[in-house]
Design a protein around this ligand. Structure first.
Ligand SMILES: CC(C)(COP(=O)(O)OP(=O)(O)OC[C@H]1O[C@@H](n2cnc3c(N)ncnc32)[C@H](O)[C@@H]1OP(=O)(O)O)[C@@H](O)C(=O)NCCC(=O)NCCS
Length: 159
């Protein structure tokens, strides 16, 4: 289930943000003690941030936002991001949750293109992007790694 964040998700947010595995291709984790101190009481509570809830427990986060980026093809566009706890990887939850979040976006902003940036070395993320229908716009080098920018063409609203 996708839902807004609640105060009881805070420990799961700390797990996600402090995990070296989760951040292997995302510039590294943040120190747990800093997160414990600095995260708000309800982290990740903003429009476009979805907690992925499995039987009452947070297992991941899906994000739809318009970040200030410098890639021309991505400027001003909605960007899809996703983070899941390692113990649930490979079970299909990311594909299911991202499909649901994109479906929501198609309903609230019909025709909106979505971009997705990931390291090419991030095999799971690359596979997920392809599965969700993103196709390559460009590859570029940044943060000491090859990056991939993909785009999902807008779904034509049916009459
Ligand atoms: C990327 C991530 C979200 C994938 O989550 P997941 O729950 O394992 O994804 P799913 O189970 O829905 O799998 C989606 C597809 O990717 C494939 N896949 C998942 N992990 C993979 C891996 N390490 N290597 C190759 N393929 C992988 C799955 O097999 C599936 O493809 P298939 O249906 O053709 O078999 C998860 O690994 C993660 O949270 N990583 C850390 C955060 C991150 O790097 N986010 C990217 C930000 S840009």
């Amino acid at each position: 289930m996708l839902r807004a964040a609640r105060a009881r998700d805070r420990p799961a947010f700390i797990e996600l943000l402090a995990s070296p595995e989760v951040h292997a291709h995302l510039g590294g984790p943040r120190p747990r003690d800093v997160l414990e101190r600095e995260l708000p009481e309800v982290p990740g509570r903003w429009p476009g941030s979805f907690v992925v809830d499995l039987d009452g427990t947070m297992i991941g986060q899906v994000l739809l936002r318009r970040p200030a980026g410098d890639r021309l093809a991505a400027v001003g566009k909605v960007d899809l991001g996703y983070l899941f706890l390692p113990e649930v990887w490979g079970l299909g939850y990311a594909a299911e949750a991202c499909t649901a979040a994109l479906g929501w976006l198609d309903r609230v902003l019909p025709g909106e293109p979505v971009v997705l940036a990931t390291q090419t070395a991030n095999a799971g993320s690359m596979r997920l992007a392809a599965k969700l229908g993103f196709t390559e716009v460009e590859r570029f080098h940044a943060w000491d790694a090859e990056q991939w920018l993909g785009m999902r063409s807008p779904v034509t609203p049916s009459r």
